[in-house]
Design a protein around this ligand. Structure first.
Ligand code: PHE
Ligand code: ZN
Length: 879
C-alpha cells in the first residue's frame, strides 16, 4: 500500500476479478540497482466477472518501461499508469497476451517486500502484496496462474533459484548465465519467489511414500553450511510426518530452502522455494540454544506443511488468512508434539497463546480470527490469526473426534485442491465428515475476545452426586459490543480425596466421555456414583482458548498439582496458586507491606523436587519457571504498576529459593549433562530444568547463584548453558556481569545471530540504567536499524520483554521506543508497525504511566510522513 490513508477493505465487498491470468512468463535480468522484469501474461475475461470492465493491475513503487498487447505496442491512450496502478481501459473481450517491462532497484528496497538484496543475495518476498512491487499484476490470492521464471545474471551470481522444477540453464554470450524454472501448480502471486546469489548448501534425496525422488537442499551464506544440517534433517522429518499423519506427499522434484539475513518475518512458504530468516535455519551447539533448535524444527515444519495447507489450497482473500495460518500452526504444533513431549509442548504453546494472544484479544487491537475488515493486511499477521486460529482447529478436532477430523481433512484436500478457499468451505468439509452441525462452532471465527468460563460445583453426599455449573461470557471488543455464547469443549475429570481419578457417570449411570460442550450461556451437568467430595480438574489439556475461573482453594489446586492425571492441569494448578500468591504480594507492596512466601507452595514444590522433578525434567522446568511478570499483569488487568509486579515476583521467588536452597543446590549438581551435546528433547529438558534450578537458587541467594552462574559461563560447552549463565549474571549485576558480557561479545564478534542474543539480554535488564545502555548500544558498530533481527533484538526486547523499563514511570522508555518507530517507519513500515504493538496494553497501566504511553502514541500518530501500517496500528490503539 502506498496511499497515505488506506481505506477500509471489507469481507462483504468481495467479488471475483473481471479477468483471469492463466500463465505468467517472467524474465528477470538481475542487477543491483536496475533489475529489469519482463512479464508476459495470458489474460482472459473471467466468466464470473463483469464483461467489458477495464483491466486494473496493482503496482507499488513501479516504473513501467514498455507495454504491448498481443505483441504490438499499446497506444498511449489505451492505458493509464502510475507507480501503484496500471489500467487498460478497454481490453479485448477474448484471451490476449499482455507484455510488460518494469524496472526496480533491489538495493534501495529497504521495505524488504518485492525484490531486494540481503547481504548480496537477491531474494523476493511477495506475501501479502509484494508481487506488485515486481510487476503490475492482479495481486490477490484468488488469481491462480502457472508461472515460468527465467532468471539472468552475471557470473558473480552463480546460484539462480525459482519455484517449481528447473527446466533449462546455461551460459549467455555476455559471460553471464541463466536458469529457467517452471512451476506446474497454479498459484497466486504471493507464493512466487526467486533467489540469486553465491551460496553454500547441504542437500539430500527424500523418497516419498509412493517412491518419487525429491532433491532437498538448504542454502546458506558461504562457510555456514554445516550449521544447516539440523534444518535439512527437520525438513525430511516433516515430509515423512505429513505423509504418515495427514497422508500428504510432496509434489515437485526439488524442495529448496534459502536462508537470508534480512527478513521481516520468520519464513515464507513460496512454492518449492521457502525463504527463511537465517535465525530459523542456522544452528550449532556453540551458537544456538535448545530453544533455537526447537524453533527451527517448528518453523521448517510449518513452512513445509504450507505446501498443502496454503499452497495447493490457498485463500480466496486475505480475510481467510487463518485458513492457511491457523491450520498450519496446528499442524506444526502436532508435529513438534510427536517429535518431543506432547505435554510440555502443550504447556509451552499455551504460555505463548496467553502471553501473545490474550493481551491482543483484551485490548484495542482485538479482532476476530477471521477479521471482517482491514486497512493494512500486513497488520493482521497476528497472534489471533495464527495462535488462536490453531486453537480453533484443536477445538474442532475435540468436538468431532480424531477420526472425523482426519476424514474432514481428507475431504478438504480432495475437494479444494488447486483452488482458493474460504473458512466456510473448510468447515463444511468437517460438518459433512462428522455429520454434525458446525454453525455454532463457526462463531469462533467471527467473534473476538477471550470467553471467560466460570465453574461452580456442588457435592451432594446423600445422593453421591456432583453437580457442575458452567457459565460463559465474552467481553465486548472493538466494534462488537454484544457477544453470543461460544461452543466450548471443556475436557474434565474428577479427582477423589485419595488422589484417584473417579470414573465419570452421567445422572442415569451411563459412562461419560469427559467432555462437556458448553454451548449456551449456562450449562449444568450432574455426575452420579461419586463416593466422596471430588476436586474437579477442568479444561484439561487446555481444551479451549478461554479464561477459566474456578472456585478451588489453594489446597484443592495443590492436590491437582500432585495427583491430576493430566500433566497440563498439574502444571496449571501450580501456576494458578503461584499467580494468586504473587498477586497478593503485589497488593502488599502497593500497600507498603512486606510480602511473605507462603508455606503451602514451598511444601508442594519441595515434595515435587524430591519425588517428581527429575522424572520429567522438561515438565519440571515449566513448573519452576512460575508465572512471568506479564502473566501477572494480565491477571490483574487494570491499574497496573509493573514495578510492584516485578518486586512482588522477585520477593516470592526469593522466598522459594531460600526455602528450597539445599534441594536446588543438590539438583543443580545432579542434573549436569555429561554426554555429548544433542539438541533432542531429553537432553534439552535436563538442561532446562538445571537452568530453572539455577534461576530459582539465584533468586534466593544472588551471591551463591552468581558464583554458580560464573562457573557455568566459564565452562559451558553449548550456547544454552552459556546464555542462561550470562542472563543470570545480568540479574545479579555488578562487575562480573560486565566482564561476562564483554567476553561474550568478543567471542562472537563475527556471528550476527549470537550478537542478537547479546543485544537482547542487555535490553531486558530490569534496572533504570538499561535505557541509557540501550541508547548507547544503538551506536555499537554491530548495530543497524536496517537489519530486522538486530532491531528486534535490541529495541524489540526492550519494548516487549522489559516491562518495568519500557513502562518507566517517567515515560522515557515509551518516548525512546516512539522515537525509534518514527525513525524506522519510512525505511521499513512493517517492522515499525510490529514494534508499535508493544503499546497494545497501554490502557491497562496505572494513570501516570498510561498518560505517558498515550503521549508517545499521539506523537507517533502526528509524525509525517506516516506509513499506512503504523497509522493503522496506532490509530486503533488510540481509538
Ligand atoms: N506466511 C508466512 C508464514 O506464516 C509468514 C509471512 C507473512 C512471511 C508475510 C512473510 C510475509 O509461514
Ligand atoms: Zn504460516
Amino acid at each position: 500500500m502506498s496511499a497515505e490513508n488506506a481505506s477500509l477493505i471489507r469481507l462483504e465487498d468481495y467479488r471475483p476479478t473481471d479477468y483471469l491470468i492463466d500463465t505468467v512468463a517472467l524474465t528477470f535480468r538481475l542487477h543491483p540497482t536496475d533489475t529489469r522484469i519482463v512479464s508476459r501474461l495470458s489474460v482472459r475475461p473471467n466468466p464470473a466477472g463483469q464483461t467489458g470492465a477495464p483491466l486494473v493491475l496493482d503496482g507499488d513503487d513501479l516504473t513501467l518501461v514498455s507495454i504491448s498487447l498481443d505483441d504490438a505496442p499499446l497506444a498511449q491512450d489505451a492505458y493509464t499508469v502510475s507507480p501503484s496502478r496500471l489500467v487498460i481501459t478497454a481490453p479485448p473481450q477474448r484471451p490476449f497476451t499482455l507484455t510488460l517491462e518494469t524496472a526496480v532497484n533491489p538495493t534501495a528496497n529497504t521495505k524488504l517486500m518485492g525484490l531486494y538484496r540481503s547481504s548480496g543475495v537477491y531474494c523476493t518476498q511477495c506475501e501479502a502484496d509484494g508481487f506488485r512491487r515486481i510487476t503490475y499484476f492482479l495481486d490477490r490470492p484468488d488469481v491462480l496462474s502457472v508461472y515460468t521464471a527465467r532468471i539472468e545474471a552475471d557470473a558473480d551470481t552463480p546460484l539462480l533459484l525459482g519455484n517449481g522444477n528447473l527446466v533449462e540453464a546455461g551460459a549467455r554470450a555476455d559471460g553471464g548465465h541463466f536458469a529457467v524454472w517452471h512451476d506446474p501448480f497454479p498459484k497466486p502471486g504471493y507464493l512466487f519467489a526467486i533467489v540469486g546469489g553465491d551460496l553454500d548448501k547441504v542437500e539430500d534425496v527424500f523418497i516419498t511414500a509412493s517412491g518419487r525422488e525429491v532433491k532437498v537442499a538448504v542454502y546458506v551464506e558461504k562457510g555456514k553450511s554445516e550449521r544447516a544440517r539440523y534444518a535439512l534433517d527437520a525438513l525430511q522429518r516433516s515430509m515423512r510426518w505429513d505423509e504418515d499423519v495427514f497422508g500428504r506427499e510432496y509434489d515437485l522434484d526439488v524442495f529448496n530452502i534459502v536462508a537470508v539475513s534480512d527478513f521481516n518475518m520468520g519464513a515464507m512458504e513460496n512454492k518449492g522455494l521457502n525463504i527463511f530468516n537465517d535465525k530459523y535455519v542456522l544452528a550449532s551447539e556453540d551458537t544456538a540454544t535448545d530453544g533455537d533448535y526447537a524453533n527451527i524444527e517448528a518453523i521448517i515444519a510449518h513452512e513445509y506443511f504450507h505446501n498443502w495447507t496454503g499452497n495447493r489450497i490457498t485463500c480466496r482473500d486475505w480475510f481467510q488468512l487463518c485458513l492457511k495460518e491457523g491450520l498450519t500452526v496446528f499442524r506444526d504444533q502436532e508435529f513438534s508434539s510427536d517429535a518431543r513431549s506432547r505435554a510440555v509442548k502443550r504447556i509451552a504453546d499455551v504460555r505463548v497463546l496467553r502471553a501473545s494472544q490474550f493481551p491482543e484479544d483484551a485490548g484495542p487491537l482485538a479482532h476476530p480470527v477471521r477479521p471482517r475488515a482491514y486497512k493494512e493486511i500486513n497488520n493482521f499477521y497476528t497472534a489471533t490469526v495464527y495462535e488462536k486460529g490453531a486453537e480453533l482447529i484443536r477445538v474442532l478436532k475435540t468436538l468431532i473426534g480424531a477420526q472425523s477430523f482426519r476424514r474432514g481433512m481428507d475431504l478438504y484436500f480432495d475437494r479444494h485442491d488447486g483452488t482458493a478457499a474460504t473458512i466456510e468451505e473448510f468447515i463444511a468439509c468437517f460438518a459433512e465428515a462428522s455429520g454434525q452441525d458446525l454453525a455454532a462452532f463457526s462463531r469462533w471465527y467471527e467473534q473476538a475476545g477471550t470467553p471467560r468460563v466460570t465453574a461452580r460445583g456442588i457435592y451432594d453426599a446423600g445422593n453421591r452426586t456432583y453437580t457442575l455449573t458452567l457459565t460463559q461470557e465474552t467481553p465486548p471488543t472493538p466494534g462488537q459490543p454484544d457477544k453470543h455464547p461460544m461452543v466450548i469443549p471443556v475436557a474434565l475429570g474428577l479427582v477423589g480425596a485419595d488422589g484417584r481419578e473417579i470414573a465419570l457417570k452421567t445422572a442415569d449411570g451411563a459412562p461419560h466421555d469427559g467432555i462437556v460442550v458448553l454451548d449456551t450461556a449456562e450449562k449444568t451437568i450432574t455426575f452420579s456414583q461419586v463416593d466422596s467430595s471430588p476436586t474437579p480438574s477442568l479444561l484439561r489439556e487446555f481444551s479451549a482458548p478461554v479464561i477459566l475461573d474456578i472456585d478451588l482453594s489453594d489446597d484443592d489446586l495443590l492436590r491437582l498439582f500432585a495427583y491430576d492425571t493430566d500433566p497440563f492441569n498439574q502444571w496449571q494448578s501450580a501456576q494458578t496458586v503461584a499467580t494468586r500468591i504473587i498477586r497478593r504480594a503485589v497488593d502488599d507492596i502497593r500497600a507498603g507491606r512486606t510480602p511473605q512466601t507462603p508455606d503451602n507452595l514451598v511444601h508442594a514444590l519441595a515434595e515435587f523436587l524430591d519425588a517428581r522433578a527429575t522424572r520429567d525434567p522438561a515438565f519440571a522446568a515449566q513448573v519452576l519457571a512460575l508465572p512471568g511478570e506479564s502473566d501477572i499483569a494480565r491477571e490483574i488487568g487494570s491499574d497496573i504498576d509493573p514495578d510492584a509486579i516485578h518486586v512482588a515476583r522477585k520477593t516470592i521467588r526469593a522466598g522459594l529459593g531460600r526455602a528450597l536452597a539445599d534441594k536446588l543446590a543438590a539438583l543443580y549438581n545432579d542434573l549436569a549433562v555429561t554426554a555429548r551435546y544433542r539438541p533432542d528433547a531429553a537432553q534439552a529438558g535436563q538442561r532446562a530444568l538445571r537452568n530453572a534450578v539455577l534461576d530459582l537458587l539465584t533468586a534466593g541467594d544472588p551471591t551463591r547463584g552468581g558464583a554458580l552462574a560464573q562457573a557455568q559461563f566459564d565452562s559451558a560447552d553449548n550456547m544454552t548453558d552459556r546464555i542462561v549463565a550470562l542472563a543470570t549474571l545480568t540479574h545479579v549485576a555488578g562487575l562480573a556481569c560486565e566482564n561476562a558480557l564483554a567476553a561474550f561479545a568478543a567471542r562472537y564478534a563475527d556471528n550476527p545471530l549470537v550478537l542478537d542474543k547479546w543485544f537482547s539480554l542487555q535490553a531486558m535488564i530490569a534496572e533504570p540504567e538499561t535505557l541509557d545502555r540501550v541508547k548507547a548500544l544503538l551506536d555499537h558498530p554491530a548495530f543497524s536499524l536496517s537489519n530486522p533481527n538486530r532491531t528486534r533484538a535490541l529495541v524489540g526486547s526492550f519494548a516487549m520483554a522489559n516491562p518495568t523499563q519500557f513502562a518507566r514511570p517517567d515515560g522515557a522508555g515509551f518516548a525512546f521506543v516512539a522515537d525509534i518507530i518514527i525513525r524506522l517507519d519510512p525505511a521499513n513500515p512493517q517492522l515499525a508497525s510490529r514494534l508499535a504493538t508493544a503499546f497494545r496494553t497501554w490502557k491497562t497501566l496505572e494513570p501516570g504511566r498510561r498518560a505517558h504511553a498515550e503521549a508517545a502514541l499521539e506523537r507517533i500518530a502526528a509524525a509525517t510522513p506516516l506509513s499506512p501500517d503504523v497509522s493503522d496500528i496506532v490509530g486503533r490503539m488510540l481509538d
